[in-house]
Design a protein around this ligand. Sequence first.
Ligand SMILES: CC(C)(COP(=O)(O)OP(=O)(O)OC[C@H]1O[C@@H](n2cnc3c(N)ncnc32)[C@H](O)[C@@H]1OP(=O)(O)O)[C@@H](O)C(=O)NCCC(=O)NCCS
Length: 304
Amino acid sequence: MTITVRPFVDADTDEVLAVMRASLGETDVLQRNRHLFRWKHVDNPFGRSIMLVATESDQIVGFRAFMRWTLTTPQGSHFRCVRPVDTATHPDHRRRGIFRELTHAAVEQATADGVNLIFNTPNAQSGAGYLKMGWSLVGRIGVMVRPGWRFVGKSDSVASDRPVDHLTGDDRPPNGLRTLRSTEYREWRFTGHPGARYVKFGGRDSYVICRTNTRGGRRELVVSEAVGQIKQPLREATRALTGHYAVGWFRQGSPERSRLLRAGFGPVPKVTALQLVARPLDVAGIDPLDFQNWDIGFGDLELL
Ligand SMILES: CC(C)(COP(=O)(O)OP(=O)(O)OC[C@H]1O[C@@H](n2cnc3c(N)ncnc32)[C@H](O)[C@@H]1OP(=O)(O)O)[C@@H](O)C(=O)NCCC(=O)NCCS
């Protein structure tokens, strides 16, 4: 039987979702439904994803999506990027080169589109495949934890009392490759997600944006953005939410990392949460394979 690669069309959505469920599974916050698919691949303010399917006898056996993203640099350049996500080959069709073929076709399309850089955080299953296909390891994203901070708030469903509001496109100057935090991006990212409920504590100039998550039966408070003086906003968060510890990560040398350190967070030695890999297509003026050149945090990377 031969495998055919073709562009995804909207009518493929349900079949693709079935392949993703069979392949990637689901969690409470990560329900692979049409809403999440639309949020990620259609409503993204950086643009509609590059999407391809692999078929055999007219059945979809593999799916490949490259999300659009824009990174800014200290020099003021805007790099058009894509982020490979939601890789899925149906379990009955693995190790036949489907992932490889879909990825090559998507890279070809990205190149033709004038994309500058591909970056992603693959899991253990797909990581080896990317390195074989010309990606390089940029660095390991660690974890910072505020331990011993069991907090029992009033309620877990405070999202409606604490909407993520008053966010503008204003951002500090980038110290490296940094997500373009436009107003549209922030709205999409923090208020539009169909599964994860983000909550904002603090005011206009000093705030944290976080969400709660369950990991190994324990509740964690995940800090996605940390702006200004965050001690008081974090205190408010622990009064309102329930959890066992707080977690976050920002790159070394960033003001956000210093804020977390001052608020009692510490890096957990030898723990890697994610591996950042990249493949430059057309990048000038900055080396994206040098981890020092990335000004990112969990909030930029976790998409759920
Ligand atoms: C990861 C996944 C997409 C690979 O799909 P696939 O179509 O079987 O992959 P391919 O046959 O094209 O393999 C390409 C290369 O990837 C690597 N690879 C694929 N599966 C691998 C595995 N189980 N272990 C180690 N390397 C693997 C190999 O380097 C392989 O090259 P090789 O066969 O020449 O050794 C598939 O296993 C899958 O859907 N897994 C579950 C979902 C997932 O984890 N997705 C990634 C995160 S979004």
